[in-house]
Design a protein around this ligand. Sequence first.
Ligand code: PLP
Length: 369
Amino acid sequence: MSTTAHATTAAAFERRLTHTPCSAAERARLIDSPVFGTVFTDHMAHVTWTADVGWQDRRIEPHGPILLDPAAAVLHYGQEVFEGLKAYRHADGSVWTFRPWANAARFAASGRRLALPELPAEDFLGSIEALVSVDVEWVPGVDETSLYLRPFMFASEAFLGVRPARGVDYLLIAGPVGPYFAGGVRPVSIWVSQDYNRSGPGGTGAAKCGGNYAASLLPQMEAYERGCEQVCFLDAATGTQLEELGGMNIFVVFADGRVATPALTGSILEGVTRSSIITLLREEGREVEETSVRLDAIRTGIASGAVAEVFACGTAAVVTPVGRLAGEDFDLTVGDGGTGAVTAAVRARLTDIQYGRAADPHGWLYRLA
Ligand SMILES: *Cc1c(COP(=O)(O)O)cnc(C)c1O
């Protein structure tokens, strides 16, 4: 994962601004307690790609419906990738994002896997800078809130033949968010799916694409039916190792202080949060292993107390403690079912950096406003 801060020139995005922006009073009401993914800012960034011309027409335009031909390839074959990152307001009013170079690199890698064109990092970062600069009033300032940024691109060419599209659209939308799970930070219960996989060897598991999420929805429903909030998938090849949740990576903390997380096997998404947590834990002298995490060993460890904590992580929910792990033939409470000390500490360490409450020794923050 790219950790260095590349100097980028924000590409020029033409501003075609809305004539009917949200009023300050309405915006304040919407920002107050947004439910994740339901409230959006006034504008979006948009770049068009054609096989003949390449990337063109970089613009900021009003957030709103887009016109798609019903034959647009994405609607039929799912050629789409996306990203997720956040803009954080610091106490002095400045606005920052977190390791956007890593998201830009991952977006390009996801695009390659889905046979989509690579969006240059300059355009990825340029779209974020341009959108946040016009909609900066939408970045909330209260604790644990942020502006969620959702870059995505899809095959817009009207063509039903099966081949990579020759017409693609990249968009960036944004919206204020509070805590991802209703009720704020509290332990979640996880259903280990033994019937379904989200990806497999040679598949698209390492790419951030809508298709992986589509594949995770039925198992997610199964989890709800079993009284669990999230699903954890096992490796498709052997069905014995934990891989990750539908949209979050997973960590296990042992009672002796060691930490383990599934190694990147090609079917796991390499989270920016995962990578940051590995760095932060190692920095405090902890042994962190990227390894195979066997379900049977974790089950035995939770039952014996050798596994003290389990947590999930990702940009949207940051660090989420796992209080319960269940499957077809087991139902285990992790530790005392509450938030473990290592989980709480690494969450605080990471959010302190993101919100500017602590120094940023790795140069992870990128100023937007
Ligand atoms: C986005 C995502 C994550 C988390 O990645 P972050 O960069 O930490 O937000 C983990 N797993 C999957 C499948 C994802 O799509």
